[in-house]
Design a protein around this ligand. Structure first.
Ligand code: HEC
Length: 113
């Protein structure tokens, strides 16, 4: 039997178009939470409550609609910037991974709160 290629190409094109119209990447929430926990982030942060650090909902609101949000937070979470905790300067913790995709996933998770 001859395979019918007539539909295969439009179908493939439709799938590509559909995929491109989805948000950039789907967030792997479980992986993000696991890495945040492993990196001790949740000691100072929670999704919605103020602890030593701002809640992730507040950070998401602060960066909403900002094109450089992802890059800013990647820098924040990979370069140990100096921050003030209760008026005392210390280094902000980094995510415990060398994998940029994992960092990005946590950043997207924070921004989606
Ligand atoms: C010792 C406590 C502490 C730990 C641990 C900590 N943070 Fe923070 N974080 C803070 C404080 C305090 C701020 C606010 C700093 C400022 O505004 O200068 C902050 C700021 C942030 C922000 C907002 C940055 C911005 O540009 O608005 C994000 C997002 C964040 N932390 C995520 C994380 C993640 C993810 C981790 C784990 C890798 C983590 N934090 C670990 C205390 C902490």
């Amino acid at each position: 039997m001859k395979t019918n290629h007539r539909f295969a190409i439009p179908l493939a094109a439709a799938i590509v178009a559909l995929t491109a119209s989805l948000p950039a990447r789907a967030v792997d929430v479980e992986a993000a939470q696991a890495l945040a926990k492993k990196s001790n982030c949740m000691k100072c942060h929670s999704v919605s409550a103020k602890k030593e650090g701002p809640p992730f909902k507040e950070t998401a609101a602060k960066y909403k609609g900002k094109a450089d949000a992802e890059q800013k937070l990647i820098t924040h979470l990979t370069t140990s910037p100096k921050i003030k905790v209760d008026g005392v300067e210390e280094e902000h913790g980094d995510l415990k991974t060398k994998d940029e995709a994992e960092v990005r996933n946590v950043v997207q998770w924070i921004l989606s709160q």
